[in-house]
Design a protein around this ligand. Structure first.
Ligand code: SAH
Ligand code: SF4
Length: 381
């Protein structure tokens, strides 16, 4: 089975419930072609594109330099909608977590995490995930479908709406944006939905699109080796690897994808990742699971694995969820583990939990919401 058709994932709907085609997500060329069907001249596509990505308009009515007749054509056949907010949670530390509903009712999570000098938006690439990493709540969700290019972009555009960050929102908005970085670390495996992720990131990186540069985008993968090279060459985004274990037996037991692409192949693909250097390091994510992968011996094996790869290690305290069967390592254990790494010259930081008061493990807001629906759950709660 090819990697792009892996598992049971199915495609995003091509139109919304009303049969309208989303304009968000089309390349400029595709937008020209779509409008040409209605005899709309090519230069209009550029204007529409500008309204969508530079001004962030949410209705065709706001496209002031487009005639009324033309706007009516657009209105009838196309959409520039945002996802529906099913739930929003705001943490005391500024973190905002949304459960967003797509046009067919499927739901994904998007999280905004503000920090001193940056604001990071964590976006999803699939509804659920076909991989079943044992510690990950998203992997337990039965339904999986790929997000379309438009649905990946819509998450970013929704965040810009809420944060009031379109250039048209104010004169100083260009310099002082809160949303500066994107991480593909939400629900789903981005490299199992590569085409759509790539399409969305190209528009995201385009200076005339959303204008968020490749150095500000990080794609996290569980290790889909055959697509890593292409991702680096075509997109050039920063890479994060969900490593989480230091030998094949251990990694395969918590991450089944390791049976397909074992550690030796994964580390080789990291070594060859285009553009990797001491200035552009690969992030290795390592979730701290009590008694599973957190011994000093694990730390020493990790040092060996990373020996000749420009790296930074992100130690992630396990975010517990009901019946996961795992516990987070103690603070003392995490400190000792990181000390062993640092003493050997490995760059390691412990991820500070953000939005602790709202941020259950990834994928949990969705399950919480589905459970709550059966009781008393109100929109926006
Ligand atoms: N599928 C991709 C990206 C999404 S997961 C991947 O696996 O890389 C984003 C990160 O969160 C991954 O490193 C994942 O392993 C980690 N993660 C998943 N469940 C977690 C949990 N319960 N606690 C802490 N980290 C978790
Ligand atoms: Fe999927 Fe990533 Fe979760 Fe594994 S950790 S199940 S690859 S979302």
């Amino acid at each position: 089975m090819s990697v792009t058709t892996h598992g049971k994932a199915f495609a995003a709907p091509k139109t919304d419930a009303a049969g309208r085609i989303p304009l968000i997500g089309l390349t400029l060329e595709q937008m020209r072609e779509a409008l040409a069907v209605h005899d709309i001249p090519a230069f209009r596509a550029k204007q529409v594109w500008h309204w969508i990505y530079q001004r962030g308009v949410r209705t065709f009515e706001e496209m002031k330099n487009i005639s009324k007749e033309l706007r009516a054509v657009l209105e009838a056949g196309y959409s520039i909608d945002r996802p529906k907010v099913i739930a929003e949670q705001r943490s005391e530390d500024g973190t905002i977590k949304w459960l967003l509903g797509m046009s067919d009712g499927q739901q994904v999570e998007t999280v905004f995490i503000p920090d001193n000098e940056r604001g990071t938006l964590c976006i999803s690439s699939q509804v659920g995930c076909t991989l079943t990493c044992k510690f990950c709540h998203t992997g337990t969700q039965p339904l999986v479908r790929n997000l379309g290019v438009h649905e990946i972009l819509q998450q970013i555009m929704h965040a810009r709406d809420v944060l009031n960050e379109w250039p048209s929102s104010g004169p100083d908005k260009d310099d002082g944006r809160d949303l500066t970085n994107i991480v593909l670390m939400g629900m789903g495996e981005p490299l199992y939905n590569y085409e759509n992720v790539a399409g969305a990131m190209k528009i995201c990186m385009d200076g005339e699109g959303l204008s968020i540069g490749k150095r500000r985008i990080t794609l996290s993968t569980s290790g889909v080796v055959p697509l890593m090279q292409r991702c680096g060459e075509e997109l050039g985004v920063n890479l994060a690897i969900s490593l989480h274990a230091t030998n094949d037996e251990q990694r395969s037991s918590i991450m089944p994808i390791n049976n397909k692409y074992p550690l030796s192949e994964l580390m080789e693909a990291c070594r060859n990742y285009p553009g990797v250097s001491n200035m552009r390091r690969i992030t290795f994510e390592y979730v701290m699971l009590k008694g599973v992968n957190d011994s000093d011996e694990d730390a020493r094996r990790l040092i060996g694995l990373l020996k000749d790869i420009p790296h930074k290690v992100n130690l992630i305290p396990f975010n517990a969820w009901p019946d996961s069967g795992f516990e987070c390592s103690s603070n003392t254990r995490i400190d000792k583990f990181s000390k062993v790494l640092i003493e050997a010259g490995v760059t390691a930081t412990v991820r500070r939990p953000r939005g602790r008061d709202i941020l259950a493990a990834c994928g949990q807001l969705k399950s919480e919401s589905q459970r709550a629906k059966k009781t008393h759950f109100h929109e926006g709660e």
